[in-house]
Design a protein around this ligand. Structure first.
Ligand code: NAD
Ligand code: TYD
Length: 340
């Protein structure tokens, strides 16, 4: 099987590529990635000399770059996206481009090349807040920030190719993933690396919000099962079904690192902050998938990885990122009377 993985130099994509090469001896993978701030070839050092793997730098919005790599591909797995909610609130345009238009370019090229399967990686955020029972795949969508709305647009477009052209599209909706190689703007690596450096943990609002923090390897094994056994035209939730409040997550990280809870600083809440995500993944479990980590173990595994790999995240927290962090948090932390 020959896979085109887009966005494979990012967090989930790189974990997926490493796992897939390990699990499937006879596969080939082409990784097409633009290498935005979130793409990092360090994540793929361990496989860069594997003859079954090839990296190509390119933008999924650019038809030529996509057409160049598409011939001979059996399955497209589209991870490429702008992914951070806070950035989407500040500057939505890049999200619309990559997360909607980029999907269109990939679909057109894949259809022209009669690709056998197109897996669009989407997110639980398209459902919006889930305050009651965990949501199944047929629940109405209610995206409430530009990231979630762009991802909803991308998956609607992908599904339209199944409904209109009978093109074999599958949509997956993953929960908040945690683990190695996550860019330190997302909450778990941000809080962990801040705590290691004795810096404040900027907790949005009350901290009572809940997420289904799922180990990235569980997300990736779910995708592996879907690629193998999923039905074209279907949508699959990928969530471990565990939940934790952000305040509990912050305390868990601090306890593991033996740092004081005083590092937690309640700052101004995120605009339109979704209170809780909760998905029912029974449909995927029906294909034989079972997550291995509960939320606590997933978070602790991630924390230990950042403790053991300062050489990975320290360079990412300087330069351009420092500017972003200053812009993003300075006012929030100043208002809360904390130094960053
Ligand atoms: P990430 O931000 O870590 O990585 C995104 C990758 O896409 C980077 O390597 C980046 O260089 C690449 N990229 C961005 N724009 C591109 C473009 N125009 N062309 C080619 N490559 C481009 O993201 P992630 O957290 O690994 O998420 C991967 C996918 O999974 C996304 O589609 C995201 O919406 C989805 N998802 C993420 C989570 C999560 O918790 N992180 C949960 C559910 C779904
Ligand atoms: P994040 O990792 O950005 O993922 P998402 O918004 O896609 O779920 O945030 C996870 C949760 O953590 C979310 O409820 C917002 C909260 N959060 C903070 O409290 N402080 C922060 O600095 C960040 C980035 C997030």
């Amino acid at each position: 099987m020959k896979l085109l993985v887009t966005g494979g130099a990012g967090f989930i994509g790189s974990n997926f590529i490493r796992m897939y090469l390990e699990r499937h001896a006879d596969c080939e993978i082409v990784n097409l990635d633009k290498l935005t701030y979130a793409g990092n070839l360090e994540n793929l050092r361990s496989v860069e000399d594997d003859p079954r793997y090839r990296f190509v730098r390119g933008d999924i919005c650019d038809r030529k770059s996509v057409d160049d790599v598409m011939p001979g591909i059996d399955t497209v797995v589209n991870f490429a996206a702008e992914t951070h909610v806070d950035r989407s609130i500040g500057d939505p345009e890049g999200f619309l481009k990559t997360d909607i238009f980029g999907v269109h370019v990939l679909l057109e090229s894949a259809r022209a090349n009669a690709v056998g399967r197109f897996v669009q990686i989407s997110t639980d955020e398209v459902y919006g807040p889930a305050m009651g029972e965990p949501l199944r795949e047929d629940a109405p969508l209610n995206p409430r920030n530009p990231y979630a709305a762009s991802k909803a647009g991308g998956e609607y477009l992908a599904r339209s190719y199944f409904l209109t052209y009978d093109f074999p599209v599958i949509v997956t909706r993953g929960a908040n993933s945690v683990g190695p190689n996550q860019f330190p703007e997302k909450v778990i690596p941000l809080f962990t690396t801040n705590a290691i450096e004795d810096k404040p943990l900027p907790l949005y609002g009350s901290g009572e919000q809940e997420r289904d923090y799922m180990h990235v390897l569980d997300h990736c094994t779910g995708l592996d099962v879907i690629i193998e056994k999923g039905e074209p035209g279907e949508i699959y939730n990928v969530g471990a079904g565990n939940h934790m409040k952000n305040i509990e997550m912050a305390k868990l990280i601090l306890k593991e690192l033996r740092k004081p809870e005083e590092l937690i600083v309640h700052v101004q809440d995120r605009e339109g902050h979704d209170f809780r995500y909760a998905m029912d993944s029974t449909k995927l479990e029906g294909l034989g998938w079972k997550p291995l980590y509960n939320t606590r173990d997933a978070i602790l595994d991630a924390v230990r990885w950042y403790v053991g790999n300062p050489g990975w995240w320290k360079p990412l927290k300087s330069g351009e990122y420092r500017e972003y962090y200053e812009k993003m948090y300075r006012q929030r932390l100043d208002e809360a009377g904390a130094s960053g």
